[in-house]
Design a protein around this ligand. Structure first.
Ligand code: ZN
Length: 187
């Protein structure tokens, strides 16, 4: 069972078809993200709400209770729901302290693989594939998944294996591992 019951999921979304279908995506994403958590504590997601203002989706933690609320724009819901779910895995990982700036890249990498599986027609997925095919160097500070995807040869199992290994080596420099220099330019 997902941590978030349907009754706490996009409660103010008036499009019920959309709400149901995204609850499916959410549930699958949450289960997949939890499978990345080995012995580290998972950050419980309590609710997913509609974001009325601002531009991006959000993962808002309660550091004391180790819970989080996700805010999503209904019009822009797509794969960002997977990204936000993975923030709970990242926040429970030692990498959260040692390599915090790589959090969004990991979340976007997870989103990439989830979209490949559950939303193969996603425009985000197409954009990432196009960039990778061109081999364009990218700035890591834009949180692109590209350096990690290159490293894992766009293979989900390799990504997962890498993630598990990194839990035991949280002090490794991910900038060095993924060949990105301090300004975030690919070297
Ligand atoms: Zn994020």
């Amino acid at each position: 069972m997902p941590d978030v019951p349907f009754s706490s999921f996009l409660t103010t979304c008036s499009d019920h078809g959309l709400r149901y279908s995204f609850y499916d995506f959410y549930s699958n994403g949450e289960a997949e993200a939890k499978s990345f958590v080995t012995r580290w504590m998972w950050w419980t997601i309590q609710q997913v709400l509609v974001q009325e203002q601002g531009k991006s989706a959000l993962w808002i933690p309660d550091h004391f209770l180790r819970t989080a609320t996700i805010f999503i724009h209904v019009g822009d819901i797509q794969g960002s729901i997977f990204h936000e779910v993975f923030h709970s895995a990242f926040a429970g990982s030692p990498l959260f302290t040692t390599n915090m700036c790589w959090g969004d890249s990991f979340c976007n990498t997870f989103q990439y693989f989830m979209e490949q599986k559950y939303m193969p027609n996603s425009t985000t997925l197409a954009q990432v594939n196009k960039r990778i095919a061109k081999g364009q160097p990218l700035r890591a500070d834009s949180a692109y998944p590209d350096p990690i995807l290159f490293f894992c040869h766009k293979d989900y199992d390799q990504f997962k294996k890498l993630w598990v290994q990194l839990q035991d080596q949280p002090n490794v420099s991910l900038d060095q591992l993924f060949k990105v220099d301090q300004q975030g330019v690919w070297t």
